[in-house]
Design a protein around this ligand. Structure first.
Ligand code: MF3
Ligand code: CO
Length: 249
């Protein structure tokens, strides 16, 4: 069942999302060679505490951290580690969520560490662009897969591939609600989008092949071909005035 949110509820989700967005900006400022992914996790928890927000991922299905840090060939759910120091030329996806007053916000960005290879840079830009293409379709009257299709078309026209094994999701009083939102597929399928739906749209885009593997830690997803992957996510409300990006800074 897809819950339709009242204006009041959307404002509560926006509060959570704003905190997520601000924390992602602060984390981004700390991304530089030598910083460990665990440093970023610690900082995310300190910042959440300052905002009186509870990190949403910690303890979720046993996930032991507050932040997901996915470096280079890591697609999503990379686990922070004191042994993983960032190096110039890496790209890192930081994915963060909080719950405030019973409502969740979720967002992610991929950030270059220092100056990176032009193709790595292009992968990040195209992934972010595909998120906005998807968001543009999050309008009342469209079908769910219009979002999926717009992302896939944009990405594949630019020579990259869409990860199939993970999807976006509804969000509100739980981190993951209905519907699931694939980042690929034909247009015009699935539920009709209605005012009040709140969706976390999150394309995960690979430089090479779309296949992923999950490591022995049972969380970290990596590309099967070990090429780079990027990930951007926004929480978006479908409103009568079109898509409203709740996690925009
Ligand atoms: N943004 C990710 C998602 O929506 C983060 C989940 S990580 C988890 O799936 F640890 F909470 F599972
Ligand atoms: Co998400």
């Amino acid at each position: 069942m897809i819950v339709l949110r009242s204006q009041r509820e959307i404002e509560k989700i926006r509060r959570a999302c704003k905190i997520v967005a601000e924390i992602l900006v602060k984390l981004k400022e700390h991304i530089q060679p030598g910083v460990t992914t665990l440093d970023l996790n610690v900082l995310s928890e300190e910042l959440a505490l300052k905002h009186d927000a509870k990190p949403a991922f910690k303890g979720y299905h046993g996930y032991p951290f507050s932040l997901c840090t996915s470096v280079n060939e890591e697609v999503v759910h990379g686990m922070p580690s004191a042994r993983r120091s960032l190096a110039q030329g890496d790209i890192i996806s930081i994915d963060f969520g909080v719950v405030v007053d019973g409502y969740f916000g979720d967002a992610a960005v991929t950030v270059p560490v220092g100056s990176v290879d032009p193709e790595a840079e292009r992968l990040c830009k195209v992934t972010e662009g595909s998120l906005y293409e998807g968001i543009r379709q999050a309008a009342a009257g469209n079908r769910l897969s219009d979002i999926s299709h717009a992302i896939q078309e944009y990405v594949e026209a630019r020579g990259f591939s869409v990860v199939r094994d993970f999807v976006g999701h509804g969000i509100g009083q739980r981190l993951h609600e209905s519907p699931q939102i694939p980042n690929y597929g034909p247009p015009g399928k699935g539920v009709r989008l209605k005012t009040g739906m709140v969706l976390a749209i999150e394309p995960m885009i690979n430089q090479g092949r779309p296949e992923v593997e999950v490591l022995g830690d049972e969380w970290t997803a990596i590309t099967a071909d070990r090429q780079l992957s990027a990930h951007f996510e926004h929480t978006v409300a479908v409103t009568e005035n079109g898509p409203d990006i709740l996690s925009r800074v």
